[in-house]
Design a protein around this ligand. Structure first.
Ligand code: URA
Length: 234
């Protein structure tokens, strides 16, 4: 949406106030003073008024955890599959977006919000938030994976070495894996490197937020203030 519209949508301002604030240089868009009401505000934009942060579209911020079941797509709209937003019974749910994604077949913790600054803190690679997965594999897990994952694996497509990851082997075909980044199909590709297929993948936590054991697959709840604050700005 346009910046002037964004400002005049805030409960305390009308269109004239928005024009005055912009002309007076009181508005920063992504750190830069912006006087142009036509500038585009996206869910990831940071809009500040005289140094104070303003939330997206002036609506109350909301934060949810969902227990994503397999077979539901991590998107807000999809032509074929049910989306995770279809599982939410919330007004204004089309203002929501996902703070990180899971593959169609993956289950577990998904964070959903309307606060673009917050979701950026959750997902930005440099924030290095740990993400913990429970992994079931087709074949027994070779113990050499522990050291290899800790050292990092070369991903040819991106031409990079993965960040050190922590693998705890829990059973011959089951492990807990902690990643500090989120590359495309990362867990499956890491096990694929050792020709072992992931047959079950479930996200247990992101940062300090753990999937609530009381949430059945397909159910969700609001995050507590402590959970929201655990992804605090530096
Ligand atoms: N890694 C994967 O391969 N899939 C996911 O859904 C998440 C991490």
């Amino acid at each position: 949406m346009r910046l002037d519209r964004f400002l005049s949508n805030l409960p305390r301002f009308n269109r004239q106030d928005a024009r005055r604030l912009l002309a007076g240089g009181s508005v920063r868009l992504d750190g830069q003073i912006s006087r142009d009401g036509r500038s585009e505000v996206s869910v990831f934009s940071r809009v500040e008024l005289d140094g104070g942060e303003v939330l997206q579209a002036g609506k109350a911020a909301c934060y949810f955890m969902l227990h994503k079941p397999p077979g539901v797509v991590s998107a807000t709209v999809h032509p074929e599959h049910r989306t995770v937003l279809d599982l939410l019974d919330e007004p204004d749910k089309h203002d929501l977006h996902l703070a990180g994604r899971l593959d169609l077949s993956t289950s577990g913790l998904l964070l959903i919000t309307n606060d673009g600054q917050w979701s950026r803190r959750v997902t930005l690679p440099k924030s290095k938030q740990p993400k913990v997965y429970l992994v079931d594999t087709a074949d027994p897990i070779d113990p050499i994976c522990v050291e290899a994952f800790a050292r990092g694996l070369y991903f040819q497509y991106e031409d990079l070495v993965t960040q050190p990851a922590v693998l705890d082997i829990l059973a011959p075909r089951q492990a807990r894996l902690t990643l500090y980044e989120g590359r495309y199909h990362q867990v499956k590709r890491m096990f694929g490197h050792f020709r072992n297929r992931v047959v079950g993948l479930h996200r247990l936590s992101m940062g300090a937020v753990r999937l609530d054991p009381l949430l059945a697959p397909g159910h969700y709840r609001a995050l507590t203030a402590t959970e929201v604050a655990s992804f605090a700005a530096d």
